[in-house]
Write a protein that binds this ligand. Structure first.
Ligand code: HEC
Length: 148
């Protein structure tokens, strides 16, 4: 009666590993979606679709700071090649070109810090958002895959 127990245990371990991978993927997508939503709030003010509001700026930048803190561990190796049912997924380059990926994290982290230090009104918001947007796009260009 020992063997069935072991088999069940191995199966459970296997399932645990799969769900940990899915959790990591979901987590990365949740963090990036929040990043997109909060960057969108800043862009809406730049475009004049929403009035300038310092509280919204502060809240959005706090989320982006959180993203910068999470990015270094957001994409664990176990996620590599994992199929995503979402529109976007991480390119294998995230792990294959790790040094380059980390350089993009550093650029993004600096853009967020610069934005936080400089944005006080609509003019400084308009001045800071392009560099911020460039740091998102610079990473996505190489490291994000859109479903075709
Ligand atoms: C260091 C790299 C990097 C930076 C910087 C970065 N992203 Fe991403 N982003 C990714 C990767 C990789 C994915 C694909 C994996 C995923 O969807 O989570 C992604 C996915 C996304 C998605 C799609 C989420 C989904 O699953 O639907 C959005 C939206 C997004 N990013 C917004 C942003 C915005 C806005 C910024 C800048 C303020 C930003 N990202 C900065 C790497 C980055």
């Amino acid at each position: 009666m020992i063997r069935p127990v072991i088999v069940a245990g191995v199966l459970l371990l296997g399932l645990g590993a799969v769900s940990a991978q899915q959790d990591a993927l979901k987590n990365a997508q949740t963090v990036m979606k929040a990043t997109g939503k909060n960057t969108g709030a800043l862009v809406a003010m730049v475009k004049g679709e929403k009035p300038y509001d310092q509280a919204t700026v502060d809240a959005s930048l706090a989320v982006l700071e959180e993203t910068a803190r999470k990015l270094p561990t957001l994409f664990p190796e176990s996620m590599k090649g994992q199929p995503s049912d979402d529109d976007y997924s991480a390119s294998p380059k995230v792990w294959d070109n790790k040094a380059d990926f980390d350089a993009h994290i550093a650029t993004f982290t600096k853009a967020v810090a610069d934005a936080k230090a400089s944005i006080k009104n609509i003019d400084t918001l308009k001045a800071a958002v392009p560099a911020l947007g460039k740091s998102c796009g610079g990473c996505h260009e190489t490291f994000r895959i859109k479903k075709g």
